[in-house]
Write a protein that binds this ligand. Structure first.
Ligand code: S3P
Length: 439
């Protein structure tokens, strides 16, 4: 396993484009695979998670090739996938497993979806329940964990469904199954969640109605090939936004970043904390809003973050907790129990790491309070367990910018699930980070 060592202090400066958006990349592969015709995907994120999705479709007979900087996927139509010869190994990727569950439920053949130890611990009842109500037959470990065996050849019926939590993964799973169902599937969102599925289905020619928080889609609609330009991932940019805010004297430009309103919570939260962040060159790229983002070192102050902001920044709280530790005053997050069922329990794991670095935190079932230390070095050095969670590793790497001594982070291989090349890119804008193989 790789270990990161980050030297104390420093600042970030320059211009960078972080790799492509993970959520958009997954969907681009899935939708092109079941579309009619060949789709051209540029900016595809070649991370372990998205490559797991690509390999899953390859094993179901989908052909793809590189052409310059584009990935061309030859779609097989809604009913053209073939039975895979073995289990579909989705590694660490919750998005692959939950979205594919919906898609596989509508196939004529059986499939088995497996993942690594972390993915095998994550809750799958949230997709098994609605799919079972649609007529899918799914068996799981203890009824709720991967591996999932999805028995094909079932006739799915549309449902009217309200997920128990606001989740783009549940919503997308049900909508994808709805493509294969008889009748019109309706999902009532209990709260806002990222809408990449809706935007991209629309781009692929599917008629999907939205009325307030209610989405509906008629089954049997074909998808038509589309050229997807994947924006840079705001969730990856978030580490640099936080790094530049906390690193004294920093000044950074992040280009071509997705700023979808259902994802941009990290920008709004940091701005509410006093961050000097400005957006320019705002434009629409293949149905997704994109901008360049300038960020400078900022005097942050603590704020209260309530449930209404949680899903809008769901993946960015590890980075935001690091920002909170450098802010004047206290930051309180509530309504965020979902953080406990991500790649790690991100409340427990961030609290453990922040305490290791000398930060005062208190933990609740659904959130955390962080007492900021704005003047002195916010952190003393130490050795952090990332708990094999990519975002924990990258968040603590940024903490080095405000630490009085080096920070060592264990088990960093998982960074490649979302952000291959993180170390080189971070070094390029001034972070003193080295990766080495730990014995
Ligand atoms: C994702 C949705 C989010 C997010 C995940 C990616 C997606 O999960 O945490 O990293 O691509 O749909 P939930 O929708 O379950 O909150």
């Amino acid at each position: 396993m790789r270990q990161f060592e980050v030297a104390a202090g420093g600042s970030l400066a320059g211009t960078l484009r972080v790799p492509g958006d993970k959520s958009v990349s997954h969907r681009a592969i899935m939708f092109s695979a079941i579309a009619e015709g060949s789709s051209r995907i540029t900016g595809f994120l070649e991370s372990a998670d998205c490559l797991a999705t690509l390999k899953a479709f390859e094993s179901m007979g989908v052909d793809y090739r590189s052409e310059g900087d584009a990935l061309i996927v030859d779609g097989r139509g809604l009913h053209g996938l073939c039975a895979p010869s073995g289990a579909l190994d989705l590694g660490n990727s919750g998005t692959s497993m939950r979205l594919l569950s919906g898609l596989m439920a509508g196939q004529s053949f059986d499939s088995v979806l497996t993942g690594d130890a972390s993915l095998s611990r994550r809750p799958m009842r949230r997709v098994i329940d609605p799919l079972t109500r649609m007529g899918a037959r799914i068996s799981a470990q203890d009824g709720e964990r991967a591996p999932l065996t999805i028995h094909g050849g079932q006739t799915l019926q549309a449902i009217d469904y309200t997920p128990p939590v606001a989740s783009a993964q549940i919503k997308s799973c049900v909508l994808l199954a709805g493509l294969y169902a008889q009748g019109t599937t309706t999902v009532h969102e209990p709260g806002v969640s990222r809408d990449h599925t809706e935007r991209m289905l629309d781009a692929f020619g599917v008629r999907l109605e939205r009325e307030g928080a209610t989405l509906s889609l008629a089954g049997g609609q074909p998808l038509h090939a589309f050229d997807v330009a994947v924006p840079a991932d705001l969730s990856s940019a978030a580490f640099f936004l936080v790094g530049a805010c906390i690193g004294h004297g920093s000044r950074l430009r992040l280009t071509d970043v997705g700023i979808n309103p259902t994802r941009r919570g990290v920008i709004d939260i940091l701005q509410a904390m006093g961050a000097r962040i400005t957006l320019s060159n705002e434009r629409l790229q293949a149905g997704e809003p994109v901008a360049d983002i300038d960020v400078q070192a900022s005097d942050l102050h603590g704020i209260d973050i309530g449930a209404d902001m949680v899903e809008l920044a769901i993946d960015e709280f590890p980075a935001l907790f690091v920002a909170a530790a450098c802010a004047r005053g206290t930051t309180r997050l509530t309504g965020a129990a979902e953080l406990r069922v991500k790649e790690s329990d991100r409340i427990a794991v961030m609290a453990e790491g922040l305490r290791t670095l000398g930060v005062e935190v208190s933990v609740a079932d659904d959130g955390m309070t962080v007492v900021g230390r704005p003047d002195a070095d916010a952190f003393h050095g130490g050795r952090i367990a990332s708990h094999e969670d990519h975002r924990i590793a990258m968040a603590f790497a940024m903490a080095g910018l405000r630490s009085s001594a080096p920070i060592v982070i264990d088990d960093c291989d998982y960074v490649d699930t979302s952000f291959p090349g993180f170390v080189a890119l971070a070094r390029g804008v001034g972070l003193s980070i080295a990766a080495r193989q730990a014995s």
